[in-house]
Design a protein around this ligand. Structure first.
Ligand code: AMP
Length: 514
C-alpha cells in the first residue's frame, strides 16, 4: 500500500551528506516518515562509481565495490562542490582519494573528476546522488517526487549553495529551498514543541563541521544568532589521521609506502573507519589487514595492530580542539556564555565518539540532548520545513538564518569593502550608490567576494557583476544605486537602478556565481 503523504506532490526533505545521505517526508497524519533504504537502514552512502563494464553505480552498490575499483569510485564529492582546481582543499584531497581530479576547460578553472572514461563535475555527482535518493523515495511512496528541500552545511558559501541548486536543475528536481544543516536539526528538535531557549547545534558529519546558536521561541520562531564551521573538518579527517599513523608504522617496519597502492589504500581506509567506530564502544580494537603487500622476497605482509581508544583520543584531539575553538567564536559572536545555552544538540555520525561528548559536557556543564538522532535529525528537519512551505500548511514557521561569512566588493586598492558582515540575518538587502570614472561610461563592473580576509582576492570570488545601460554623463556625475539581495537560502543576487533616468539596469555575471 502506498504511503499517504501530506500532499499529492510532496516535498522530500533531503540531507545530502558527504559520506551518507538521508531523506524524510511528512505523512497524512503530520508524522515524519524516514525513507528506508536497504536492510532497514535509513541512510544511503553518498558514493558514485562506474564499474569496469561502464555501468553507473550509486549508493550501497557503489560503496560495496570501492575496494576493487578505487580509481572510479567517487566519494566525498561534496567537499569539492563549488571549488576551483587550484583550491587548497582540492590539493589536500588529491593526497587522500584514489580518483583523479583536474581543471575543467570551461575557462572557470573549476575542478572536475575523472571517472572511467568520463569526466564529471562535483555537481554532476551530487545530481546523481540526489536522483538516487529521489528514486528510492518515489519507489517507497509509490508516487513521483518533483520537489525537495535540500540541506547544506551552514558554512557553505554562495557559490556552493548555487551549485547544489544547479544539481537539482540537472535532474529536474525543483529544490524549493536550501536550508542549513544545523538549522534543520534545530527544527527537528523544536518545531511544534513548547520549547523556549537557546540551542547550540554541534554538527560533525563525515566531511564538514558546523556550529550554530539558535534562539527558539514558542510559536515556532527560530532565529539563528551566529554560525561558524569548517567545511574541511569531519569524520574523514579522523580516518585520515588514523591512516597516516598506520602508514608510518608500516614504513618503519617494512620500508614500504602503501600510499602508492590504491587497492591497499582502499582496504586501509575501510578498516580505519571500522576501527574508529569500534573504538566508540570499546577500549581497544584490532586493525588487521592480511596480505596487504609483498616483501622483497615475495612473502606476503600483513598489518596487525592492536589500537586503543586512549591512543585514538590523543591522535585526534587537535581536530576536536579546533572544533571547540570554532564553538567559542560562535558563542562570542552570539553574545552568549556557555551557561546561557539551554540545550546542546549533537548531530552527525562523528559526534558518537565518546571524547567529543566528554569535551562538550566539560565545556557546557550539561549533557547533550538525548531526544534527537544524530543521523536522521537533519533530514527530518528538512521534511518538516518542506511542509511549512506549502500554502495550506497547518504549521506556520518564522525562520531567520544568517550568512556564515562576510560578503563584500573589491575596492580600487584591492581591499574588501564589507557589505554584509558574517552572521548578517537572511533574508537581507542593502543598497549603495556608485558612480562612473570616465565620461559617458555605459557599464559598471564589480567583483564580489565572500570571506573574512581584509584583502578581497584572498576570499572566494562569487562573481564579476556587470551593470550596463548607464545614461551618458561626465565622469563622476552618473549615479547608480546597486542593491545586494540575500535570500533566505543565503544566495546573493544584485540589481541596479540608474538614478538619473530612473531605469532599472541590466545585470549580468561575467564569471561564476549567481
Ligand atoms: P554522517 O555524515 O552524519 O553520516 O557521519 C558520518 C561520519 O560519522 C563518518 O565519518 C563515520 O565514520 C562517523 N561515525 C559514524 N558512527 C560513528 C561512531 N559510532 N563513532 C565515531 N564515528 C562515527
Amino acid at each position: 500500500m502506498a504511503i499517504r503523504t501530506y500532499s499529492d506532490d510532496p516535498i522530500l526533505g533531503i540531507d545530502l551528506g558527504t559520506t551518507n545521505s538521508c531523506a524524510a517526508i511528512i505523512d497524512e497524519a503530520g508524522k515524519v516518515q524516514l525513507i528506508p533504504y536497504k536492510d532497514g537502514s535509513f541512510t544511503i552512502p553518498s558514493v558514485y562509481a562506474v564499474n569496469d563494464r561502464g555501468i553507473e553505480l550509486i549508493g550501497q552498490e557503489a560503496k560495496r565495490q570501492w575496494q576493487l575499483n578505487p580509481r572510479n569510485t567517487i566519494y566525498a564529492a561534496k567537499r569539492l562542490i563549488g571549488r576551483s582546481s587550484t583550491d587548497e582543499v582540492v590539493t589536500a584531497m588529491k593526497d587522500t582519494v584514489a580518483y583523479r581530479m583536474m581543471a575543467d576547460d570551461n575557462g572557470d578553472d573549476d575542478v572536475i573528476i575523472e571517472c572511467a572514461d568520463r569526466y564529471c563535475r562535483p555537481a554532476d555527482v551530487s545530481a546523481q546522488i540526489l536522483n538516487k535518493i529521489r528514486t528510492v523515495a518515489s519507489d517507497y511512496l509509490q508516487k513521483p517526487i518533483h520537489r525537495a528541500v535540500v540541506t547544506v552545511p551552514a558554512y557553505f558559501n554562495d557559490r556552493q549553495r548555487q551549485t547544489v541548486k544547479d544539481a537539482g536543475l540537472q535532474i529536474d528536481l525543483d529544490i524549493v529551498r536550501i536550508i542549513n544543516e544545523p538549522t534543520s536539526a534545530a527544527l527537528a528538535y523544536g518545531l511544534n514543541k513548547s520549547f523556549n531557549g537557546n540551542v547550540l547545534v554541534y554538527d560533525m558529519g563525515g566531511g564538514t563541521f558546523d556550529v550554530s546558536v539558535i534562539e527558539v521561541r514558542e510559536g515556532n520562531v527560530f532565529e539563528v544568532k551566529a554560525t561558524g564551521g569548517d567545511i574541511f573538518l569531519g569524520g574523514l579527517d579522523f580516518d585520515n589521521a588514523l591512516i597516516r599513523s598506520v602508514l608510518c608504522d608500516f614504513v618503519e617496519k617494512h620500508a614500504i609506502d602503501l600510499a602508492e597502492d590504491p587497492v591497499a589504500m582502499q582496504r586501509i581506509r575501510d578498516m580505519a573507519e571500522r576501527v574508529k567506530i569500534d573504538l566508540s564502544s570499546r577500549d581497544s580494537a584490532m586493525f588487521n589487514i592480511p596480505f596487504v603487500a609483498l616483501d622483497a622476497s615475495g612473502m606476503p605482509l600483513n598489518i596487525e595492530l592492536n589500537l586503543t581508544r586512549d591512543w585514538l583520543n590523543e591522535l585526534v584531539s587537535p581536530l576536536i580542539d579546533h572544533s571547540l575553538e570554532i564553538v567559542e567564536r560562535v558563542l562570542t559572536d552570539s553574545g552568549l556564555r556557555p551557561n546561557e545555552i539551554d540545550e546542546v544538540l549533537l548531530i552527525g555520525g562523528q559526534t558518537r565518539m565518546p571524547l567529543i561528548q566528554e569535551r562538550i559536557v566539560k565545556m557546557f556543564g550539561r549533557q547533550p540532548s538525548k531526544g534527537i538522532n544524530p543521523d536522521e535529525a537533519v533530514a527530518i528537519g528538512a521534511a518538516l520545513y518542506g511542509q511549512t512551505l506549502e500554502s495550506d500548511s497547518p504549521v506556520k514557521l518564522q525562520l531567520l538564518d544568517v550568512i556564515p561569512m562576510g560578503i563584500g566588493i573589491e575596492r580600487a586598492d584591492g581591499r574588501m569593502q564589507v557589505i554584509f558582515p558574517r552572521n548578517s540575518a537572511t533574508p537581507n538587502a542593502k543598497a549603495m550608490t556608485a558612480t562612473t570614472s570616465r565620461n559617458n561610461q555605459e557599464t559598471l563592473c564589480m567583483r564580489i567576494y565572500q570571506g573574512e580576509s581584509p584583502t578581497a582576492q584572498e576570499n572566494e570570488l562569487l562573481g564579476e557583476f556587470l551593470f550596463s545601460g548607464i545614461s551618458p554623463a561626465p565622469a563622476g556625475k552618473a549615479q547608480v544605486e546597486l542593491t545586494f539581495h540575500i535570500n533566505i537560502e543565503g544566495i546573493l543576487s544584485m540589481s541596479a537602478l540608474d538614478l538619473s533616468s530612473g531605469k532599472r539596469m541590466e545585470t549580468s555575471v561575467k564569471i561564476k556565481g549567481s
